[in-house]
Ligand binder design. Structure first.
Ligand code: ADP
Length: 248
């Protein structure tokens, strides 16, 4: 058994919007270092699930534990992101006028002033971290390019790099390959796979071929609950899953 125990444990979480149950007794374990894909038809609750993990939405009932004992209910969105759960939204939000390097410099910021950071007063350890992240995201050759001149895929990798600067335990990634070329998609599969182990990576994605290429573990959400869990082959041959996707 290679399991290290859960890094995230979502227990009986309910979220309603005007009486509509977006999450309905959701139970989900994510193991430390795991790469998990979350799929499900539109309206299944995938975005709401990410919102409750990151503190953007508070559950009506249930608990979310981070590590063995940190109950996320009582923490703000800011505290949760500082505490080790990074979230990559679908649209990249890099600073287009700044260089790749400067974007990563800014991502080291805690409460320091931007001026100090952009006047290059980084510690040696922070500079080493930037080099390590540049290598991981494959942008070492582009450090002085302005982010605005990067391709769509490169911007997405840069934003993942900005999250990595904070050394998150968990990375939530929303539709990472939307709009990417085939080559960028392959590179993204390699990147996300390489991050697992050091980080737990949760990917919400519609592109089934991509999900198949990266994930051993797939969770299917439907009507705010887990419909099926397993390998891609297992969930795709599950009659309940087939019914839900055919009915979409
Ligand atoms: P998914 O990401 O799987 O498509 P969502 O989590 O976005 O699903 O949505 C689940 C359901 O909850 C949808 O029917 C959606 O319309 C509803 N919903 C989500 N957010 C809100 C909100 N802020 N107000 C009202 N309804 C919402």
């Amino acid at each position: 058994d290679t399991s290290h125990g859960p890094i995230l444990y979502i227990e009986d979480v309910n979220v309603s919007f005007d009486g509509f149950k977006a999450l309905n007794n959701l139970n989900l374990f994510i193991d430390d270092g795991e790469l998990r894909c979350i799929i499900g038809p539109n309206g299944a609750g995938k975005t709401t699930m990410m919102d409750v993990i990151t503190g953007k939405t508070k559950p009506d009932s249930g608990s979310i534990f981070f590590g063995q004992q940190i109950n996320l209910q009582h923490l703000s969105e800011h505290q949760i992101s500082r505490g080790g759960i990074g979230r990559k939204f679908q649209k990249p939000t890099v600073f287009e006028a700044l260089s790749v390097y400067e974007n990563l410099e800014l991502a080291t910021a805690d409460d320091k002033r931007v001026w100090h950071i952009l006047s290059h007063q980084l510690t040696g350890a922070q500079r080493d971290k930037i080099d390590e992240v540049l290598y991981t995201i494959g942008l070492s050759q582009h450090v002085h390019n302005s982010a605005g001149n990067l391709s769509h895929g490169q911007k997405q990798w840069l934003e993942i790099g900005m999250l990595l600067m904070q050394s998150p335990r968990v990375l939530l990634v929303d539709e990472p390959v939307a709009g990417m070329t085939g080559e960028e998609t392959e590179r993204t599969a390699e990147l996300l796979t390489s991050l697992a182990g050091k980080h737990s990576v949760i990917v919400v994605e519609h592109d089934m071929a991509f999900v198949r290429s990266i994930a051993k573990n797939v969770t299917v959400l439907h009507q705010g609950s887990v419909l099926a869990e397993g390998t891609m082959d297992q969930v795709q041959s599950n009659p309940k899953v087939i019914e839900v996707y055919l009915g979409e």
